[in-house]
Design a protein around this ligand. Structure first.
Ligand SMILES: *Cc1c(COP(=O)(O)O)cnc(C)c1O
Length: 382
């Protein structure tokens, strides 16, 4: 089976992990800050806060931005459930903005319409979470222009987009957002097995997220509410969690990120090759946003004929092609249906879902394997 995604672990990664295992610190040591510095530097953000997953990072990000009970958060329906769930963790109501059918990302026109309605109804969101679906940045400039006049805060879910670029800036620079989130799950661009990171240019937000990832505890006297009792002293100043990344994970990530540019280059070359090889088939291929370089976490094809999707998907799986589907629209998950969402709420997302298939794409996919994927797709479509 050719999988849809696969991590690339090399000898230097193993060496880095073993070195940490033999050292004095396997958690809360020097490597996590080194990994944070490396990614802050690569993405052009001033601060980076590593966590044990992107899901944790999303949670901490919305708490740091003050999202809470009764507030409203918007995201896109075509994403992993974690992009929406972070709002629910803090008791906020979650709603969705439909996608642009060409890029699969939050649609600025749909956002403009929804904002006008929300303003009229006196119920604007406090936080919006655009997602860089498949690794291609959402139209952040347009989105920021639309929401900033209302004081709405922006968290970019860039779980797919580590190493991507948007308008001559690396994704993660937070030029159009308050916080950007990366994931290092093994199917993503670089991995720490489990892991995530929050990037920001706001020192206060960074300090708050550092506090929240570790129980709300500080050893910094300037953050304490009273004088220290002695050198052992620490204070819990708010309610946080244990969302820390281990040194073992950070060592893997620090080693992996050295190859980030190569990975993104390889993924783009393969995606361009798919564009050529699949051009004449009854498929819609991924649209490209101007002045944007996708990290190409995923390559999604959409069948012209939705009625054949299930059969084509099953045929490909049966023939050794590890296709997948990203994503079932979040609003159609039973948990969200129970909150009142239903079929028909987000037509572009639902049309996408009815026709989409993610085909294999990862940095080490060979051209021979890719030709095999294309041959099997041709066969399945006949
Ligand atoms: C993978 C993913 C997440 C969650 O990442 P974890 O690191 O597994 O918690 C969140 N959002 C999106 C869009 C993802 O693809």
């Amino acid at each position: 089976m050719i999988p849809y995604g696969r991590q690339d672990i090399r000898q230097q990664d193993l060496d880095a992990v073993i070195e940490v295992l033999k050292s004095d610190f396997i958690t809360q040591g020097p490597v996590v800050p080194q990994f944070e510095d490396a990614l802050a530097e690569k993405s052009g953000a001033a601060h980076a806060v590593a966590m044990n997953s992107a899901t944790s990072a999303l949670h901490v990000a919305v708490v740091a931005l003050g999202l809470g009970q009764g507030d409203l958060m918007w995201t896109t329906p075509i994403t992993f459930v974690a992009s929406a769930n972070c709002g629910r963790y803090v008791g906020a109501d979650v709603d969705f903005v439909d996608i642009d059918p060409d890029t699969f990302n939050m649609c600025p026109r749909a956002l403009a319409t929804k904002l006008a309605q929300a303003e009229a109804a006196g119920r604007l969101p406090k936080v919006i979470v655009p997602v860089h679906m498949c690794g291609q940045s959402a139209a952040m400039c347009e989105i920021a222009e639309l929401v900033r006049p209302y004081g709405i805060r922006i968290v970019e879910d860039a779980s797919h987009a580590v190493g991507g670029r948007y308008r001559d800036q690396p994704v993660g620079s937070c030029q159009y957002s308050d916080i950007t989130i990366f994931s290092f799950h093994p199917v993503k661009i670089i991995t720490t097995a489990e892991g995530g990171m929050a990037l920001t240019n706001d020192a206060e937000l960074a300090a708050r997220m550092e506090l929240l990832r570790s129980h709300g505890i500080t050893r910094d006297p300037t953050r304490m509410t009273q004088d220290s009792d002695g050198p052992w002293y620490y204070q819990q100043v708010e309610l946080g969690w244990n969302y820390r990344m281990t040194e073992i994970q950070a060592a893997l990530g620090l080693s992996q990120q050295l190859r980030l540019a190569d990975y993104v280059e390889a993924r783009n070359a393969l995606a361009n090759r798919y564009d050529r090889l699949l051009a004449d088939l009854p498929l819609d291929l991924p649209g490209r946003l101007e002045a944007t370089r996708s990290a190409f976490h995923l390559y999604v094809i959409r069948l012209h004929d939705a009625s054949r999707r299930r059969e084509v998907f099953e045929t490909l799986r049966a023939n050794g092609i590890g296709v997948n589907l990203h994503y079932i629209p979040v609003h159609l998950q039973p948990y969200y249906r129970d909150l009142g969402f239903a079929e028909g709420d987000f037509p572009a997302a639902e049309d996408y879902y009815s026709r989409a298939i993610s085909i294999p794409l990862f940095a080490q996919l060979s051209e021979v394997e890719q030709d095999e994927v294309v041959a099997r797709i041709l066969e399945a479509l006949q």
